[in-house]
Write a protein that binds this ligand. Structure first.
Ligand code: C2E
Ligand code: CA
Ligand code: CA
Length: 645
């Protein structure tokens, strides 16, 4: 409002005020209404007065309104500019979608992250968007946003134009337009590098970099957790401590890169083999050539033993590292919760001790840690477990044949089949160490079947190749004799292989006879009826035998080697043998002397009129091939007996 305007306003205001005062004093208007001129002038003055009063207000209002509008526009423009630069320069990737989720815009950061240009992005339809984003997850959140729900931050992966995968955290922000959703801003933060760095740090703390297996720390954590569960569930848990044999020499000799390569292969092999057996197990490298395996829940000791055997077998085959063909073994210590310890430290320590025992006992083997009182039961337990496995597999047993020779003619007239167990780690286990166990745990029948089958196949094979064969004696134990239908099954096997009963003999020990005399007698009777010869084995060991003899019908008596080995020096032994031979002959049985090791043994036996002998003097137990060769050396000694056609 300018000054002149203000002056006019003040003058007019004063005239109006004066006129008012005069009217109040005199009761008369200065300008009389009857005067036309007054009326016109008064109206004019009032009009001007009104205009003067209101026009600045109207003017001011219009002016204020225009200015305000201008300011609003400027603010909006400013906001828009700010938003645009926020959109364009944002360090987050931002995309704008229409209400149906179709791409509208994206900012340069999104273009940088995804590799797509703005045009390419805008040209994308839903399918293309699906291809680019982990859509199902993404669409779920999008749906929530469409339904007006508040969607927090979530992670999805994005496939870039050149095929890489990036990790993004996303927020969907609905764009409100006239009370309705006009589209969506999706703000994405590329967290791939952060995730990778986190993963690297995690791996450094938890993973052994060389083999990518767990490291000691992670293993111990797993072990502690597994121990808690094992305690709650009252279950066993196994820890295997593996140390490679001779790794240091190899590493020093061929260089560390070759050593590292070998460790990688070994780690991989252990892991593959364990994963196959138990998906919950944990494999770790503790450093150097030490590995460990955790079996978090086991039913019995046979599980870690089985695992240890598998590891040994898996590690051993040669592998090629940097052009070298390398082969390495390992020593494994097994600890079992709760017997070997009840904390992670004590279990690892026990497994370590057992591993050193394995090293001391010849390497490339496993040992189990048990408190000393349990050690004795363990070896028995170990044989039991191994036997079960071996019987199940079946191919670890084979048969050797020890010739039985006619003392007068020197001819091989028969042979005894003796079973052998080729243990994958222990090598050959003598029958004395596993036959009694097999009898106790009810496996002898299965082993007997394996032996009988092997012998029948061998006789068949000799027949097929026109090689003459002698009767083969098969050892039958007391528990086999007690089995129902044992003789029947035995006979059935012979039939199946087309083997004549004359080519098979059975050897029953005197002690077996005494265990279940009735059943044994019945079985002997049936065998003999079938045409199978019966030998009483180890005669003299039972001290109770002579009385029993008169009730028996049999074919051969085998005198125990205890009476034979010193027969030339011991009058007592000689007189016992002499009596037994007379008794046998009186009953029409022939006599076989076992364990003949020297010519002197043989000479006395010949003088005492013994019929057959068997022993190292003539031959130890032989393979089938060796038995054939032995017969070829002197074909006359290898007599042909009949076959059933
Ligand atoms: P056995 O039936 O008395 O078998 C003879 C044992 O004496 C064999 O031992 C044989 O190798 C051994 N031997 C042979 N000649 C001599 C010798 O001149 N001197 C000495 N010191 N020993 C000699 P092996 O093979 O260790 O068998 C031991 C026992 O295992 C057998 O005694 C037999 O009772 C049992 N056995 C072997 N195979 C079987 C089988 O298939 N079934 C059953 N149930 N028992 C079997
Ligand atoms: Ca025997
Ligand atoms: Ca014997």
């Amino acid at each position: 409002m300018n000054k002149r305007y203000l002056n006019t306003f003040v003058v007019l205001f004063c005239i109006e005020l004066l006129t008012g005062i005069i009217y109040m004093r005199t009761g008369q208007w200065v300008f009389k209404p009857q005067w036309k001129l007054d009326t016109i002038v008064g109206s004019l003055i009032h009009l001007v007065w009104m205009v003067m009063i209101f026009s600045p207000t109207i003017y001011g209002f219009v002016l204020w309104h225009l200015k305000n509008q201008h300011r609003q526009m400027a603010i909006i423009q400013d906001k828009n500019n700010k938003f645009e630069s926020l959109f364009l320069q944002n360090s987050s990737a931002i995309i704008v979608l229409d209400p149906t989720g179709k791409p509208l815009r994206c900012n340069p950061m999104f273009q940088r992250v995804s590799g797509y240009t703005l045009e390419e992005f805008r040209a994308m339809d839903h399918t293309a968007l699906q291809d680019m984003l982990q859509y199902e997850k993404w669409a779920g959140y999008m749906q929530q946003a469409i339904q007006g729900e508040d969607v927090g931050e979530f992670e999805v992966s994005l496939k870039t134009k050149n095929g890489q995968t990036r990790m993004l955290t996303n927020s969907i922000i609905p764009m409100n337009k006239f009370q309705q959703i006009g589209g969506y801003y999706v703000v994405m933060r590329d967290i791939t590098d952060t995730r990778q760095a986190q993963l690297r740090i995690w791996r450094m703390a938890h993973i052994d970099e060389l083999t990518t297996l767990c490291n000691r720390r992670t293993f111990t954590d797993h072990l502690k957790t597994a121990l808690e569960f094992a305690e709650i569930q009252s279950r066993k848990l196994g820890v295997l401590f593996i140390d490679l044999d001779g790794f240091k020499t190899l590493n020093d000799g061929l260089g560390h890169s070759v050593g590292d390569g070998l460790l990688r292969v070994v780690g991989q092999r252990i892991n593959d083999c364990i994963v196959e057996i138990d998906g919950d197990s944990v494999v770790a490298r503790f450093g150097g050539d030490e590995f460990a395996v955790l079996l978090p829940s086991i039913d019995n000791v046979s599980v870690p033993i089985f695992v240890a055997e598998r590891i040994l077998a898996t590690i051993q085959p040669p592998c090629s590292v940097s052009g070298y063909e390398l082969s390495i073994g390992a020593s494994i210590g097994i600890a079992i919760y709760p017997v070997s310890g009840d904390s992670s430290d004590s279990l690892l320590q026990s497994a370590g001790q057992a591993m050193y025992n394995a090293k001391r006992n010849g390497r490339n083997r496993y040992e189990i840690h048990l408190p000393s009182m349990q050690q004795a039961t363990y070896s028995r337990l170990k044989v039991e477990n191994d036997l079960r496995r071996a019987v199940h597999i079946g191919n670890e047993f084979f048969v050797e044949y020890q010739p039985q020779v006619d003392i007068r003619t020197g001819q091989i007239v028969s042979a005894e089949a003796l079973v052998r167990w080729q243990h994958p780690l222990l090598g050959r286990v003598p029958p004395i160490d596993f036959i009694p166990v097999a009898e106790d745990i009810g496996l002898i029948g299965k082993i007997g079947e394996i032996v009988l089958r092997t012998v029948c196949e061998q006789i068949r094979s000799w027949k097929n190749h026109n090689i003459p064969a002698v009767p083969i004696g098969i050892n039958v134990s007391a528990s086999e004799l007690s089995e129902d239908h044992f003789v029947e099954k035995f006979g059935y096997t012979l039939q199946r292989f087309h083997v004549a009963p004359e080519l098979i003999a059975i050897e029953i020990t005197e002690t077996s006879l005494m265990k279940n005399e009735q059943k044994a007698r019945a079985a002997i009777y049936e065998f003999r009826n079938m045409g199978i010869k019966v030998f009483i084995d180890d005669f003299g060991q039972g001290y109770n035998s002579l009385g029993m003899l008169k009730h028996l019908s049999l074919d051969y008596l085998k005198i125990d080697r205890a009476f034979v080995s010193n027969i030339q020096n011991s009058l007592i032994d000689r007189s016992i043998v002499s009596t037994l031979i007379s008794l046998a002959h009186f009953n029409q049985w022939k006599v076989v002397a076992e364990g003949v090791e020297t010519l002197e043994n043989l000479q006395v036996l010949a003088e005492e009129n013994c019929d057959l002998y068997q022993g190292y003097f003539f031959s130890p137990p032989l393979s089938a091939q060796e038995l054939e060769n032995k017969s070829v050396e002197n074909p006359l000694q290898f007599q042909l007996s009949g076959y059933r056609n």
